[in-house]
Write a protein that binds this ligand. Structure first.
Ligand code: ADP
Ligand code: MG
Length: 261
């Protein structure tokens, strides 16, 4: 278990959980062909919540968060993001994707574009932001993730931790209201995990609504207001971190925690 996230004093003054619903998932089911990958998922995420999803490999964590911005399609039930229901309606999908930023385990930066160009591409071409304004915004977020000096380099010239921070900055340039993270530190060397977690902690401190799939249980304890445990396509258990770690209810959660802690 990584305790890296705990070295830092966390400012909770803006970490409010609001009463507005950011994400509502009702009786959602998904299949890959005949394989029933997500089973009866019910989940309400309020604005300002910081949710960590944990669970064994193959339990459906990635599939669940990919459904939230329609990288995967669900077959039954409802997913409503910021009041917009995800159906096959492309207008709704586009609207939801504007609200939701995503960071993956592999940073998926464009290798042939500079860091600055990676950050301005979507704002300029998708959002029609004037180049100068897009570049100012990009520099603002590159400063925030503490690598403004790398702006004119290419992804291959940066460390993994720096590339992941660029990926986060690139998402932030689209001004999302919700951020989804899928194991953002799993591909990183240990010494780079902390710098990415610190960036995520800062986002949490600013009140960002976040869902993070991560094995960093130190981060979960410190930052999450709720930990969700998934197994075999189901949400088995969810609780505030203290209760989740100290008093897991189901045997499956207990077994999982005994293996990772
Ligand atoms: P996790 O992120 O918890 O490891 P995933 O959501 O990636 O789990 O995968 C859940 C299950 O769905 C796994 O059994 C995986 O093999 C399967 N799966 C994932 N993606 C696909 C796909 N595109 N087609 C078929 N099966 C998939
Ligand atoms: Mg996964």
């Amino acid at each position: 278990m990584s305790e890296l996230a705990t070295e830092r004093q966390i400012d909770r003054s803006k970490m409010h959980v609001g009463s507005d619903v950011a994400i509502q998932i009702n009786n959602m089911n998904k299949w890959y062909g005949a394989f029933h990958v997500l089973r009866d998922i019910n989940l309400t995420v309020n604005e300002g919540e910081r949710i960590v999803i944990a669970g064994p490999s193959g339990s459906g964590k990635s599939t669940l968060i990919r459904c939230i911005n329609r990288l995967e399609e669900h077959q039954q039930g409802d997913i409503i993001v910021d009041g917009t229901e995800l159906t096959s309606d492309l207008k709704n999908i586009d609207k939801v994707r504007r609200e939701v930023g995503m960071c993956f385990q592999h940073f998926n930066l464009f290798p042939h574009l500079t860091i600055l160009e990676n950050c301005t591409l979507a704002p300029i071409w998708v959002r029609k932001v004037p180049r100068k304004e897009a570049e100012e915004t990009a520099m603002h977020f590159l400063e925030k993730v503490k690598i403004p000096d790398q702006a004119l380099k290419y992804p291959g010239q940066l460390s993994g931790g720096q590339q992941q921070r660029v990926a986060i900055a690139r998402s932030l340039c689209m001004k999302p209201r919700i951020m989804l993270f899928d194991e953002p530190t799993s591909a990183l060397d240990p010494e780079m995990i902390k710098e990415v977690l610190d960036t995520m902690i800062e986002l949490a401190e600013e009140g960002m609504t976040m869902i993070c799939v991560t094995h960093e249980m130190g981060f979960a304890r410190q930052v999450a207001n709720r930990v969700i445990f998934m197994d075999q396509g189901q949400i088995v258990e969810q609780n505030e971190p203290e209760e989740f770690f100290n008093n897991p209810k189901s045997e499956r959660t207990q077994l999982f925690l005994s293996q990772i802690l």
